[in-house]
Design a protein around this ligand. Structure first.
Ligand code: FAD
Ligand code: DHB
Length: 410
């Protein structure tokens, strides 16, 4: 059996694990990242697309924003569409110049993997039977099999960055965590299509037939989502049926509609809100989707993963440089303040823009009134805008030795 020694064992090479690994590297802290999927699988997984201003600033300050700055699409506003009309919300105007950037999560992950490999710090893909042990001791372990050999990593700390279905959270003894959960009675069918985006900004639509979302990935690729029943088999949706439904829900009275093109990827995602507290057990720290899930309507999941690991990197840096443990102790509480506000926002966006099978006629009229108020009140639009571009990170970039100058993409 091979035995490795490191300071921080990181389980999972999604955005949380890779960002943490590089933040630690920039601060001279060693880590080993262990991922159970292949490199190609992790890079090809199509998921998030919206980066908050603070996430963009973090990536650029970390030195991994070069391609993001070149290829990312800066959006100063978005549209909310209901009753056949699109309403513009000018986020930059309402937030003193802040914006979101559309840049695929898989591109972020690709950039982070390239950067990790350039540091020559270890990153294992296709690790099998990953487990975490001795979490209450001062030397917790990550064990796995790789290329037919058994490996053990002896760590000072373990970061559980292995997503909602990972092994870290379930390794915490029963009774330690309090969990909060809400499962929604619908899911999202998402597609990538070879079609030039017909709008330069996102369009969130509430239609009689349910929610729809217009987004994009590049000047030639459109990304669209449709509310469907949860666990809907994708085979129920031939391409023609998808386009018929997308156009029925999204076409507005002024004739705007998404451009149609060849569908190159499609899939269905269920939706839930979930929080596990505290985000720590002994020397195991949970970050990102391992600790909390938001429904995708607010575009917050990847951004929360980024803010969690910033808080964790600050605490680990203070531990290694000054033997301070207070920031490790405060990790969970500091993260949860931002997590719960993003939970509330994501729940509000979701319940305001989707049709629920158990809703009453009253509920639907209230949704319309909510959206009418939102799009006609500068105060309400400002509230949406400041949350959509991202509430402030709980700790500054300077706390991990980075410059906190805001950056502009495109
Ligand atoms: P993950 O990305 O899930 O990464 C965890 C990693 O751990 C994975 O690579 C996994 O393979 C690995 N792993 C799992 N189990 C093990 C194990 N046992 N051992 C080793 N490794 C393991 N968020 C946004 O901010 N904006 C958006 O616009 C947005 N849109 C979304 C749209 C969709 C359709 C979906 C599904 C999600 C969206 N999200 C969005 C959410 C976002 O994708 C997640 O919140 C984000 O991926 C969380 O990152 P993470 O690193 O915590 O977890
Ligand atoms: C995208 C995903 C989201 O969850 C969202 O709210 C907006 C855009 C996207 O994939 O582009």
């Amino acid at each position: 059996m091979s035995v490795l020694r490191t300071q921080v064992g990181i389980v999972g090479a999604g955005p949380a694990g890779l960002l943490l690994g590089h933040l630690l590297h920039l601060n001279g802290i060693d880590s080993v990242i262990v991922e159970n999927r292949s490199r190609d699988y992790v890079i090809d997984r199509v998921r998030a697309g919206v980066l908050e201003q603070g996430t963009v600033d973090l990536l650029i300050a970390m030195g991994v924003g070069e391609r993001l700055q070149r290829e990312g699409l800066r959006h100063d506003g978005l549209y909310i569409s209901f009753s056949g009309h699109r309403h513009h919300i000018d986020m930059a105007d309402l937030t003193g110049g802040k914006a979101i950037t559309v840049y695929g999560q898989n591109e972020v992950v690709k950039d982070l993997i390239d950067t990790r490999l350039s540091t020559a710090r270890p990153l294992f893909f296709e690790a099998e039977d990953v487990s975490v042990e001795a979490l209450e001791s001062s030397s917790p372990l990550v064990r796995f099999r790789h290329d037919g050999a058994d490996h053990e990593i002896r760590c000072d700390f373990i970061a559980g960055c292995d997503g909602f279905h990972g092994v870290c959270r379930p390794s915490i003894p029963e009774g330690v965590l309090t969990t909060y959960e809400r499962v929604y009675p619908f899911g999202w069918l998402g597609i990538l299509a070879e079609a030039a985006p017909s709008s330069t900004e996102l369009v969130y639509t509430l239609h009689q037939r349910g929610f729809a979302l217009f987004s994009m990935r590049s000047p030639t690729i459109t990304r669209l989502y449709l509310q469907v029943p949860p666990d809907e088999p994708i085979d129920n949706w031939p391409d023609e049926a998808i386009w018929e439904e997308m156009l029925a829900r999204m076409t507005t009275r002024d004739g705007w509609m998404p451009s149609v093109g060849r569908i190159v990827q499609k899939g269905v995602t269920p939706m839930r809100s979930f929080v596990a507290t505290p985000m720590r057990y002994g020397r195991l720290f949970l970050a990102g989707d391992a600790a909390h899930i938001v429904p995708p309507t607010g575009a917050k999941g990847l951004n929360l993963a980024a803010s969690d690991v910033l808080v964790l990197a600050r605490a680990l840096k203070a531990y290694y440089e000054h033997r301070r443990t207070d920031w490790l102790d405060e990790y969970s509480n500091v993260c949860l303040r931002r997590v719960w506000k993003a939970q509330r926002f994501s729940w509000w966006m979701t319940t305001t823009l989707h049709r629920s099978p158990d809703e009453t006629a009253f509920d639907h009229q209230r949704q319309i009134a909510d959206l009418d108020y939102l799009t006609s009140s500068r105060a309400a639009m400002t509230s949406l805008a400041e949350q959509y571009v991202g509430l402030p990170m709980e700790v500054g970039l300077d706390s991990v030795g980075l410059s906190s100058t805001p950056h502009r993409v495109s």
